[in-house]
Each structure stands twice: as structure tokens, then as C-alpha cells.
Write a protein that binds this ligand. Structure first.
Ligand code: FAD
Ligand code: UDP
Length: 392
């Protein structure tokens, strides 16, 4: 093959890794099994003319200066402060739960008392974990923590993960802290923005390099064969690096059984009205079977009078062969699954040319910025290693 490197997958991780290698002078083949690039961040106009995110709502946010500088090269960005409301006891209140949420749901005097206690217990702190609040030595703080847990987290988490909440890793719940002030933004990162024109053009520009050859509708399983520590591409031994961003269990023929994932049934609805709801995302922790409704125009800032598109997310079990739920969206991080992942990682380690990169290959939750950083670091390490070897 006339390539120096192969990248499997053209999502965040694969696109950035390929670009990095190409910029270092490598000829890179990128294979993507879907008919389009961008992985789960793929977006585009629907029949309604609304720019939608086909695999669920994506907002770019990062506190990494390096990642922020990196993405500036490939798109112009507009600032976007993501705000989420949650429907609790018939009211729409800010999520993360903050002091405004508290005042909307508590009697005024009680709300003031809780605020005073929070200031006393967490001086100078901006956020606290709901799990910590629930176990606070102060009875009033504890009661407040339990209230938030019951109203915001308990049922949402059970729906989202399909298991009782005590089986869900703390880190998942702590992704959404309790806000001890009045910051109504969903994320606390330094940079929060959306790319003008959408994410797909961003990935097009990242992949647009003379050193990159992209093959869509190409499943790596039809191209690559792994055998006794050697990688074969189209039948011939391939000695360059292979950066793999697909599911690692699939790569090894599910030798130890499938890695569990949670999936989503995404139901889009097109409406003939300007606006559907008062925020880009409204969470439904309690009453409904779905977890949240996204209204894309509010997310992207697209101006399109008279029409809007919304998305309801219904979590469900991952079933690779199912009509619904056949996309592995969320890794289920628990000790048993991480153990299983460890076995696949050990199989991968027997192939010196193979690098696992990204949320499916590494079986871990990456936000876009973390996926980009990981891909940059991995490829830079790889290039540095090769230079070392070629110098010796
Ligand atoms: P992926 O996007 O999954 O890309 C992997 C690619 O590999 C896919 O295109 C796939 O088709 C391809 N592939 C797999 N197997 C093969 C094969 N055998 N052959 C060829 N190609 C193959 N992050 C944020 O920063 N902000 C958000 O708001 C946000 N919202 C999210 C909402 C949802 C519902 C979900 C599930 C995730 C969200 N994320 C968000 C996380 C974000 O989606 C990931 O960080 C990002 O998609 C990771 O990119 P990746 O390239 O590692 O994986
Ligand atoms: N969560 C919740 N209620 C909410 C929002 C989030 O219980 O209103 C919990 C839930 O367990 C979820 C986790 O917090 O899986 C992380 O939420 P996030 O919004 O980060 O999820 P994602 O964007 O990854 O779907």
C-alpha cells in the first residue's frame, strides 16, 4: 500500500490524528464505515432546512488553550453559552440546579436559610457534588442535597442508564454539579462556542489535506487483518502505524464477549412554528420516558422563521443487531466492564503498530475537546517515537 499510516474512523479522534500525521508528511489512508465524516458529531440540514445534529446535541466547550487554538484553524466560531432548563414539579428551572432553581421551588424563607447554610459550609466554592451535599454533616444541607437528588438525578439517571442509580459511577453524576451561585450556564469551561456553519464543515477542513486519502463506506474489517502481532492491509503486511478509533471488542471479533454500551432512540420532530421551548435543551428528569428535548435552532443560532426541529432522546439498551439502539453511544463505566476492556487492551498491545484512540477504542467517555487532545498527543508521541527510531 502506498500509505505510511492508516486511521480507522473519521470522527473527532480519527480526523485529528490523520491531520496531524499528514502535516508531518505522512501519507494517510482514513477509512470510515459510515457514508459521512464527523462520527457522532455529524450534522447537516434536515428536510425542514434546520441544521440538526444527527447523533444527538453537541456543544463545544473546553478549558484547554491548546485545543481551543487548534480548532481555530479550521472554523470560525461564535460564542455560545449553553443553558438547560429542567421540568421539576411543573416548573422550568435552571440545570445545573442553582440558587435560582432553589428559589423557584422552595418557600422563600426556607430558600434563604439553605443559601445561608451553603455559604457557611462551602465558603468560596462555586459548585458541589450532589452526592457530597447528601452526605453533609449539616442536616439542612443534607435535606437540600436529597431534594435535588430526588428531583433532578434519581429518575433521570435510572432512565439514562437503565440501572438503579447506585450502580452508576459517581463520576457520571458529578458531570453535572450543583451550582452554589446563579451561573445559569450548563458548562463551566473557559471557551464555549459553536462552529459557524456546523461541525461537519469543520471536520471537512480538518480532513482536507493532500496527504489524506479518505475512503467512506469502508469497514476496517474488510481491509485489515490482525494475526500473530502483525497487521495486514488488503492482504499485505502493513508496517506503518494503524490508529484505530472504532470499537475495540469488534476489532478482536468479540473474543471475550461484547463490551456493554447504552444507546439512544433519537426521535426528531419537525414543527411549523418559530420556537418550541424557552431554552435550547429542556431536561425531563421525572415524568416522561425521554430524558431531554433539544431545539436545534437555539443551539446553532440558525435564523429560520416559521420552522423548527426538536429532538427527544429515549435511552435504551445497546443492541448491535436491533432496529433501534444499534449505535454504541455511551460506555458503561464500572469495574467489571473496565476489566473486560483491559483484556481487549492487552490483545491490542500485542500489535506494536496498533494504537487505540477515542471513545470506542479506549472505552471511555471523551468530550470532543478531550478526544481532540488525546488524538493530538497520541500522534505527536508516535511521530516523536518514529523520529527516535529513525535517528538511531
Ligand atoms: P466517534 O464519534 O464515535 O467516531 C468513531 C468513528 O469510527 C465513527 O465515524 C464510526 O463510524 C467509525 N468506525 C467505527 N468502526 C469502524 C470500522 N470498523 N471501520 C471504519 N470506521 C469505523 N462532547 C462534547 O464535547 N460536547 C457535547 O455536547 C457532547 N454531546 C454528546 C451527546 C451525545 C448523545 C453523545 C453520545 C456524546 C456527546 N459528546 C459530546 C461526546 C462526543 O460525541 C465524542 O467526544 C466524540 O464523538 C468522540 O469522537 P470519536 O472519534 O472518538 O468517536
Ligand atoms: N443527570 C441527571 N439529571 C439531569 C442531567 C444529568 O441525572 O438533569 C445525570 C445523568 O446521570 C447523566 C449525567 O448526569 O447521565 C451526565 O449528564 P450530561 O448532561 O453530562 O450527559 P450527556 O450530555 O453525556 O448525555
Amino acid at each position: 500500500m502506498a500509505y505510511d499510516a492508516i486511521v480507522v474512523g473519521a470522527g473527532c479522534s480519527g480526523a485529528v490524528a490523520a491531520r496531524c500525521l499528514a502535516q508531518a508528511g505522512r501519507r494517510v489512508l482514513v477509512v470510515e464505515k459510515r457514508p459521512q465524516i464527523g462520527g457522532n458529531v455529524f450534522d447537516g440540514p434536515d428536510e425542514n432546512g434546520v441544521l440538526v445534529h444527527w447523533y444527538g446535541p453537541h456543544i463545544f466547550h473546553t478549558s484547554s488553550q491548546r485545543v481551543w487554538d487548534y480548532v481555530q484553524q479550521f472554523a470560525s466560531w461564535h460564542p455560545y453559552a449553553h443553558r438547560v432548563l429542567g421540568r421539576i414539579d411543573g416548573r422550568l428551572v435552571p440545570i445545573p440546579f442553582n440558587l435560582d432553581s432553589l428559589e423557584a421551588l422552595y418557600p422563600a424563607a426556607e430558600a434563604r436559610a439553605v443559601e445561608g447554610k451553603l455559604r457557611e459550609r462551602f465558603p468560596g466554592r462555586r459548585t458541589a457534588s450532589v452526592l457530597d451535599l447528601m452526605h453533609d454533616p449539616d442536616a439542612q444541607v443534607q435535606k437540600f442535597g436529597e431534594f435535588v437528588f430526588q428531583k433532578v438525578f434519581l429518575h433521570y439517571t435510572a432512565k439514562q442508564w437503565g440501572t438503579p442509580v447506585d450502580q452508576v459511577d459517581r463520576s457520571v453524576i458529578n458531570r453535572v454539579p450543583v451550582e452554589l451561585g446563579r451561573d445559569g450556564r450548563y458548562f463551566q469551561d473557559t471557551y464555549q462556542a459553536m462552529p459557524d456553519g456546523g461541525f461537519t464543515p469543520l471536520f471537512q477542513r480538518i480532513l482536507d489535506h493532500p496527504g489524506i486519502h479518505l475512503r467512506l463506506n469502508c469497514d476496517a474489517r474488510d481491509l485489515l487483518r490482525l494475526e500473530s502481532g502483525k497487521i495486514y492491509a488488503e492482504g499485505a503486511e502493513f508496517s506503518g502505524p494503524v490508529i484505530y478509533t472504532g470499537p475495540v471488542d469488534e476489532l478482536f471479533g468479540y473474543a471475550y464477549g461484547p463490551l456493554p454500551y447504552r444507546s439512544l432512540d433519537l426521535r426528531f420532530q419537525q414543527l411549523e412554528q418559530d420556537q418550541f421551548q424557552p431554552a435550547a435543551v429542556v431536561n425531563y428528569p421525572n415524568e416522561e420516558d425521554f430524558t431531554r428535548i433539544t431545539e436545534f435552532k437555539q443551539l446553532t443560532g440558525q435564523a429560520l422563521p416559521g420552522r423548527t426541529t426538536i429532538l427527544r432522546e429515549y435511552p435504551l439498551a445497546y443492541d448491535p443487531l436491533g432496529e433501534r439502539g444499534n449505535i454504541p453511544y455511551y460506555v458503561i463505566s464500572n469495574p467489571q466492564n473496565l476489566d473486560l476492556y483491559g483484556k481487549y487492551a492487552a490483545l491490542a498491545a500485542a500489535y506494536p503498530g496498533l494504537r487505540l484512540c477515542g471513545r470506542l477504542a479506549e472505552y471511555r467517555y471523551y468530550n470532543m475537546d478531550a478526544a481532540i487532545l488525546r488524538a493530538l498527543e497520541l500522534t505527536q508521541g508516535l511521530l516523536a517515537g518514529q523520529q527516535e527510531r529513525s535517528c538511531q
